[in-house]
Design a protein around this ligand. Structure first.
Ligand code: ADP
Length: 172
């Protein structure tokens, strides 16, 4: 990515479904920017899950949720297919994933090993969120919003509004 002058740019990839982005995701993204100069947030089109928001909507919600200083160091792109192919095509070797409670561990471990098997160059690093986010996930947040609860402790304002609109539309 650099033009050959100065130190090389350290690039990381933060993949996920982000349906929708939560303050937990943003916490991990912020931490990953202390390890990397730039991060590509790869928004999975949603193969096995039926997402509430389209990939385009999820990309836009992340864009709107970021502070300008962070936004300047982040690219947000939808992707489908194998993560290792997306990583190769974008010349990135470092994958960042968040690790919450113990239940994340087995799945994350399997996926990291599979990705390593598919591409030897890929390294996955796991970051822990601040403890206030350890039990936070998109599914629970959608449940709170669906039932009319205040989601703003868990998501940014734009995301809370988008969920409220979605569920209002669904109910009518
Ligand atoms: P996926 O469907 O691939 O699990 P998610 O959108 O649920 O994607 O999550 C993307 C990444 O963000 C995963 O590594 C997940 O563990 C991490 N993550 C999600 N919520 C949190 C949170 N509250 N704290 C830490 N990491 C999180």
């Amino acid at each position: 990515m650099s033009a050959g002058q100065g130190p090389p740019v350290r690039l990381g990839l933060f993949p996920g479904t982000f349906d929708p982005v939560t303050r937990g995701h943003l916490d991990i993204l912020g931490r990953s920017l202390s390890l990397c100069d730039r991060i590509i947030v790869a928004v999975a089109e949603g193969h096995h899950k039926q997402p509430l928001f389209s990939a385009q909507e999820r990309v836009r919600l992340i864009e709107e949720a970021l502070d300008p200083a962070i936004r300047a160091r982040v690219e947000i792109r939808p992707f489908a297919g194998l993560l290792v192919e997306f990583a190769r095509a974008n010349d990135v070797r470092l994958v960042v994933r968040g690790l919450r409670v113990i239940s994340d561990f087995e799945y994350e471990f399997q996926m990291a090993l599979m990705n390593k098997r598919l591409s030897r160059d890929i390294e996955t690093v796991f970051l822990m969120p601040g403890e206030e986010y350890i039990y936070l996930n998109s599914t629970l947040v959608k449940e709170v919003a669906r039932c009319g609860g205040d989601a703003t402790p868990f998501v940014t304002e734009n995301v809370a509004r988008a969920m409220a609109r979605k569920f209002a539309g669904k109910e009518s």
